[in-house]
Design a binder for this molecule. Structure first.
Ligand code: BJW
Ligand code: ZN
Length: 249
């Protein structure tokens, strides 16, 4: 695979990288995206499943939907795109992964600095007293579990529509974007805010923007370099390109 010289030059000069990722990076692990061809929102309605009112109205239905997703995630693992991102840490002193994904695959791949903007499907908390639960007994319970302390419903620790993102996570992800030299935007339609503002912060602070996607997205007209194709093919090839030219940290 031939990459533009200007991209390789930017990579050889950079100290700080941000990987801003979305559902497309996990598509090659067998996890469906939300929008576009094969997207889950084509079959399931987000307003019936991915918001707090839907959960309070039909907790068992919403819980079952997340159980289905957890099972798929549990049976798969990181793909070469996740692994390549974790490997980049060996060559750069400051690497951050700012992800919209809840599937935990960046952590499982070994990335150390992961900002999960929309939560993590392996975590849960009580809607009433906010006690956190991550034990497998809770996570894999068939019916929606109840809080040991107060009897409240336990929900997945995921940011639904209309909910605030975890502020510390967003602020730290945004700070990483503000100081990075290169921001990769991988497998996202970049339509969901405020997450989609992360690459805009990077661009406004002078970073070089590289998008990897199988098709153009909402941000494609703002990037410096668009690499069309699968993340699991392009990222390992790009890593391979620089690993002989940069000394590991
Ligand atoms: C490949 C590939 C391969 C495929 N290789 N690429 C302005 C107007 C209207 C509404 C709003 C607005 N600003 C904010 C809002 C509200 C809303 C929002 O943004 N809506 C927009 C959709 C318009 N935002 C919110 O509600 C957020 N909260 C908020 O704003 O709080 C403030 C507030 C609070 C209270 C009152 C008022 C304001 C919260 C957003 C939470 C999003 N949560 C979800 C669902 C989680 C639940 C679950 O998982 O079930 O998170 S939505 C869903 O979209 C999920 C994702 O993280 C997110 C982003 O999707 P992503 O990752 O981009 O995936 P896709 O499917 O869209 O794209 C996949 C891409 O991959 C495609 O481009 C493919 O081509 C590509 N691809 N294979 C490379 N192999
Ligand atoms: Zn409770």
């Amino acid at each position: 695979m031939k990459f533009p010289d200007v991209l390789i030059a930017a990579l050889l000069k950079a100290n700080s990288l941000v990987f801003f990722t979305g559902a497309g990076i996990s598509a090659e692990s067998g996890i469906s995206t939300f929008r576009g061809k094969g997207g889950i929102w084509n079959k399931m309605k987000p307003e019936e499943l991915a918001n707090f009112d839907a959960f309070m109205k039909k907790p068992d239905l919403v819980w079952e939907w997340y159980q289905y997703r957890r099972k798929i995630i549990n049976e798969t693992g990181p793909n070469p795109a996740h692994t390549a991102i974790a490997e980049f840490e060996k060559y750069y002193s400051d690497v951050s992964v700012v992800t919209q994904n809840v599937d935990n695959l960046h952590n499982r791949a070994g990335s150390k600095n992961v900002f999960e903007l929309h939560g993590n499907i392996e975590k849960n908390y009580c809607v009433d007293c906010e006690t956190h639960y991550s034990s497998p007994e809770i996570t894999f319970s068939e019916k929606v579990p109840k809080c040991e302390k107060c009897g409240g419903l336990i929900r997945p620790d995921i940011v639904w529509f209309g909910e605030m993102l975890p502020q510390d996570v967003f602020i730290n992800g945004d700070k990483a974007a503000a100081r990075c030299d290169i921001c990769f935007i991988i497998g996202t339609s970049a339509v969901v805010y405020p997450a989609a503002h992360i690459p805009i912060t990077a661009r406004d602070k002078g970073a070089y923007l590289v998008e990897i996607n199988i098709e153009e997205s909402n941000i494609s007209d703002k990037v410096n370099c668009f690499l069309k194709g699968k993340a699991g093919v392009i990222l390992p090839a790009l890593l391979n390109e620089i690993m002989n030219k940069i000394k590991p940290q």
